[in-house]
Write a protein that binds this ligand. Structure first.
Ligand SMILES: *[C@@H]1O[C@H](CO)[C@@H](O)[C@H](O)[C@H]1NC(C)=O
Ligand SMILES: *[C@@H]1O[C@H](CO)[C@@H](O)[C@H](O)[C@H]1NC(C)=O
Ligand SMILES: *[C@@H]1O[C@H](CO)[C@@H](O)[C@H](O)[C@H]1NC(C)=O
Ligand SMILES: *[C@@H]1O[C@H](CO)[C@@H](O)[C@H](O)[C@H]1NC(C)=O
Ligand SMILES: *[C@@H]1O[C@H](CO)[C@@H](O)[C@H](O)[C@H]1NC(C)=O
Length: 945
């Protein structure tokens, strides 16, 4: 499979389209469709209206690219008066012309006939009298043809996001069809869709402004349906916070069907009726135990209303308004489902032919675990934890179910531990890891993802739906890089695709470390490991690189680039500016530093910049996306959003009572003891010398000759940032004592002497050692930097690049393997060199993934040297529908930390690690030999010699 991905990458540099086999060229080909005149699009008037409608889009898409729309000829027979080059599109059994090409043996449909959503595309000579040659698109069914049509749209250069993200089309003079017989489909996942949810304020305010203030009307949904089809999706859960899809605009439901979108309703809305309808139209309460007859009537009306249209029925029941019911039991739920199936049988017919889904969301899973039998023809829709970690996937006993399984996933959420609904925080590698697992565990019937307001989650939506359409293009953990380049090429052209892909990748990596709503000034350390400054510098680099690309793009591409790349980079960066400045303001105020005020001003500036950036977004393209950034995101104090953004509290420096200057050191020691420094750790430590008053002060530093201070003397000149001086301390190891010593550094500032100490360790390693070396009583390892790795015929480790919080993730493949057992199972080994004999606490930073079955909890094993491995099960087993006690921390920190203790002696050792289940992802290994300090990302990786 990998080789075919490489080939597809080459296609990208040749033109456009996301991983699809190309049938279009702009330079050469046996059939010219545009340039020398323009082709006629021949459609059958007896075909599905949705096919004809998509054909009209294709005709206009040619216009976007060449300035000339395709001419459309609708025929009702297998004959046409058209002459010249043509595109013939139609569905088997619905187009007399397509059927005649089949019977004449001119197109081969053996691979697609009777298949779901499949199509063939090929050039046919003399398809019909008068036409010398035509590009024929034949679909196995309605959406097969529609996807075949949009495949051409995409290949000529019309992005699915041309409207929803304003991606412009590159003009072409000529368009040719290639002599390729393309057969495509069926898709990997049968029902692939999105859930528009949590839609207040942004989407709702926008819809109100753009669609006449009458709710979610068909004008809006037509845009969404078209987008979904262009993205090769087929399924939608409509907005439901305060809307009734079928009633707000009675055109909505039939229009979806005309377009070819299968409508559903969310997990809490059985039989195609919305939550709001439950409140408005059930006579009596939404309670099965006391009001069964009225509820049956209500649900029957829903089935009757949906009957004419392609629908996927949500089954089961929850309490009212997305809550658990206080009266439902496993037995009464079984009765609910049985009555619902009776309704479907009486209204529509044989239930085994009606798509039905039952979502085991939150408490619903509990009934299943208690033994509730779900009829075999209902798809079990497993759910994530609302934060992108699947809580359950099919286990062997469930794989044979007729209705199969699917998943309900989240890119946006309102609820515990905290909402995330402002801008994109999704790491595509994490989505890949979970969806790749999901697919391989046979949950392939339905994939639906909560996408909030739709914008600004364009990228994760596109990625998710592409995986759902063809998972065979996503078998490698490297597939995310490939996909990002293809996505970037489609939106911004091949010339910048690698740079843009890397920007998106970096952005997602930085943003996914922690949800914006969970950030505050205490998360990243301004004291240890230079963490906050390092992270802030990463954001600043991202913004300047994104700005440089933005400036280099043609004006027509800039609005799309702003929406998809520059805005999120700036928005994230501003928030980090805000919180790091606030952290410094707060800390420095306590120290009486005058610069505290300046950091307070910087925080205020960032807070204002956040407002200004939202306003820039809102003014874009004459206000096209006004309100899309209405979501509050600063100043959360509980899971629920604050009503307005609230500026984090700033402090005022205390008036100095003890001198004009002060000293603060790296690591924050109150006794001014710097963290130790060695040949094998960070090359420098820092000392902050700061003013506590308004007049200029000088400082000087004296120390042992091998301790170098830079600068060793200078002026503190208040106010502003020049009232502080950060001094770098480095060591001249060639003259330093060859042992472990402590040096004194005397800082004289504002008339006071401050004594700073720094422990030095100048101990040589055995010359033959290779591996990670302790420094500062810490060894920190990025798992992909193993010294050696073993594999078996059944399993091996792979690296998921850019997964997680620091460098990458290391996990076992394939994900279908059985439980592993050390010592024979694949092992990761790391040479380490220890200077401190102690009981080490070794903490594994693992991915946030959860156990996905009741009997195979995520577990790893660890040992030092030849000691017996210690098994570590780091996610407790819980009942279905219940989350582990450690879950909040796992979600907030985007991973689980698990510690085991190991005695170590001075010298070289080998740390061995085994993942015992697929789904265990190693993000970082930190051995604490007594020196690990507080931070969010953990100590930076140790030196490797
Ligand atoms: C192409 O068709 C679209 C949609 O019908 C229409 O708005 C547009 O004006 C047409 N363009 C040309 C060049 O005819
Ligand atoms: C998925 O990709 C593979 C490899 O390119 C291809 O053979 C198959 O036809 C594709 N399926 C779909 C539905 O696109
Ligand atoms: C992923 O990419 C890396 C770096 O390009 C390469 O070394 C590795 O072999 C690739 N892995 C797979 C599974 O293709
Ligand atoms: C401090 O030292 C480090 C490591 O040698 C160096 O990278 C950095 O530029 C220095 N900073 C200053 C302000 O001298
Ligand atoms: C390294 O050298 C030491 C003796 O200096 C020896 O005991 C040890 O086995 C050597 N290790 C390796 C990996 O060669």
């Amino acid at each position: 499979m990998w080789s075919s991905i490489v080939v597809l990458l080459c296609f990208v540099s040749d033109g456009l389209s996301l991983g699809q086999q190309r049938v279009i060229s702009f330079t050469d080909g046996p059939l010219q469709l545009a340039g020398n005149g323009v082709a006629t699009l021949i459609l059958s008037s007896t075909d599905f209206p949705g096919v004809i409608r998509a054909g009209q889009d294709l005709a206009a898409d040619f216009g976007k690219i060449t300035g000339k729309n395709l001419t459309i000829a609708q025929i009702s027979t297998d004959q046409t008066s058209t002459t010249g080059p043509a595109i013939i599109a139609g569905t088997l059994g619905k187009s007399a012309l397509i059927d005649s090409l089949v019977s004449a043996g001119k197109i081969d449909i053996s691979q697609i006939q009777g298949q779901w959503e499949s199509f063939v595309t090929q050039i046919v000579t003399s398809p019909v009298s008068g036409v010398a040659s035509a590009l024929v698109i034949a679909g196995s069914d309605k959406r097969g043809t529609i996807y075949g049509i949009y495949d051409i749209s995409e290949q000529i250069g019309v992005s699915p996001w041309y409207w929803f993200a304003d991606v412009p089309s590159t003009q072409q003079t000529n368009i040719f069809a290639l002599d390729i017989h393309k057969t495509q489909g069926p898709p990997s996942v049968k029902y692939r869709g999105i859930f528009l949810n949590d839609e207040q304020p942004a989407l709702t305010n926008w819809v109100k402004e753009k669609y006449g203030g009458v709710g979610y009307v068909s004008g809006f949904y037509a845009r969404v349906f078209e987008l979904l089809l262009r993205l090769r999706a087929n399924y939608l859960w409509p907005t439901m916070w305060d809307s009734m899809f079928a009633l707000d605009d009675t055109k909505n439901q039939p229009l979806a069907d005309t377009y070819g979108i299968v409508m559903g309703t969310s997990h809490t809305e059985p039989l195609m009726r919305s939550t709001k309808e439950q409140t408005k139209y059930v006579s009596g309460s939404w309670d099965w135990t006391s009001n069964k007859a009225n509820i049956i009537k209500f649900l029957t009306d829903g089935a009757n209303r949906a009957k004419p249209y392609e629908s996927l029925y949500t089954m089961g029941m929850r309490g009212s308004g997305d809550t658990a019911s206080s009266t439902l039991t496993a037995a009464s739920l079984a009765d609910v489902v049985s009555e619902q199936q009776k309704i479907l049988t009486s209204v529509i017919g044989n239930v085994s032919t009606i798509p039905q889904m039952w979502c085991l969301y939150k408490e619903v899973g509990g009934y299943y675990q208690k033994g509730l039998k779900v009829p075999d023809d209902i798809t079990l829709l497993w759910s994530d934890d609302n934060s992108g970690n699947m809580q359950r996937l099919p286990i062997p006993s469930e794989v044979g179910r007729v209705g199969g399984a699917g998943v309900y996933y989240h890119f946006d959420y309102v609820g515990d531990p905290r909402n995330y609904k402002w801008i994109n925080t999704i790491a595509p590698q994490k989505t890949w890891e979970q969806m790749h697992m999901t697919y391989n565990r046979n949950a392939r019937e339905i994939w639906v993802v909560n996408v909030g307001d739709l914008k600004p989650l364009e990228i994760p939506i596109n990625h998710f739906l592409d995986m759902a359409y063809n998972m065979t293009l996503f078998t490698s953990p490297n597939s995310t890089d490939t996909w990002l380049s293809q996505f970037a090429a489609m939106q911004f052209g091949a010339a910048v695709s690698d740079q843009v892909a890397s920007l998106i990748d970096t952005y997602s990596h930085l943003a996914a470390r922690r949800k914006y709503e969970l950030l505050d000034s205490t998360i990243f350390s301004v004291i240890n490991y230079n963490e906050a400054d390092t992270v802030l510098a990463e954001w600043h680099t991202l913004v300047s690189s994104a700005q440089a690309i933005y400036d280099s793009l043609p004006a027509a591409s800039q609005p799309a680039f702003f929406q998809l790349v520059l805005h999120p980079a700036k928005a994230g960066s501003i928030l980090y500016d805000l919180y790091v400045s606030t952290a410094k303001n707060n800390l420095y105020a306590k120290q009486g530093r005058v610069s505290s005020t300046t950091y307070g001003t910087m925080a205020t500036t960032a807070f204002q910049a956040d407002k200004d950036l939202a306003s820039t977004y809102h003014k874009l393209l004459g206000g096209k996306w006004n309100h899309m950034m209405d979501q509050t995101h600063i100043g959360y104090t509980s899971w629920q959003q604050p009503s307005t953004n609230n500026m984090p509290a700033q402090s005022t420096p205390a008036k100095s009572t003890n001198g004009a200057a002060g000293v603060f050191v790296d690591g924050g020691s109150t006794t001014l003891a710097l963290p130790s420094i060695s040949l094998y750790g960070p090359a420098s430590r820092w000392i902050d010398i700061y003013s506590k008053g308004s007049s200029a002060t000088s400082f000087t530093i004296s120390s042992d000759p091998w301790v170098k201070a830079s600068p060793a003397s200078g002026q503190l000149t208040p106010p502003g940032l020049t009232s502080d001086q950060r001094v770098n301390i480095t060591i001249d190891w060639s003259t330093a004592p060859t042992s472990t010593t402590t040096s004194k550094i005397i800082v004289t500032a504002g008339g006071t002497d401050f004594t700073v100490t720094i422990p030095l360790s100048n101990t040589a390693l055995p010359a033959n050692f290779t591996g990670f070396v302790e420094s500062d009583k810490t060894i920190s390892i990025e798992p992909e930097h193993w010294t050696s790795v073993t594999s078996t015929s059944k399993a091996s480790y792979g690296v998921i690049p850019n997964y997680g919080r620091s460098l990458s993730g290391v996990t076992l493949f394939p994900v279908t393997i059985s439980s592993q057992t050390p010592l024979s199972s694949p092992k990761l080994s790391y040479n380490i060199y220890v200077f401190t004999a102690t009981t080490a606490s070794i903490t594994l930073y693992l991915g946030p993934s959860l156990n996905t079955g009741p009997s195979r909890p995520l577990t790893y094993a660890i040992s030092i040297d030849d000691a017996a491995p210690t098994n570590a099960q780091y996610v407790p087993i819980t009942d279905l529908g219940t989350l582990p006690s450690t879950w909040t921390q796992g979600v907030e920190r985007q991973g689980y930390d698990h510690t085991t203790k190991h005695d170590v002696t001075v010298g070289a050792h080998v740390l061995n690690l085994w993942a015992l289940e697929p789904g265990v992802v190693f993000q970082k290994i930190v051995a604490d030999l007594g020196g690990v300090r507080t931070s969010y990302l953990g100590p930076p990786e140790s030196m490797r010699v």
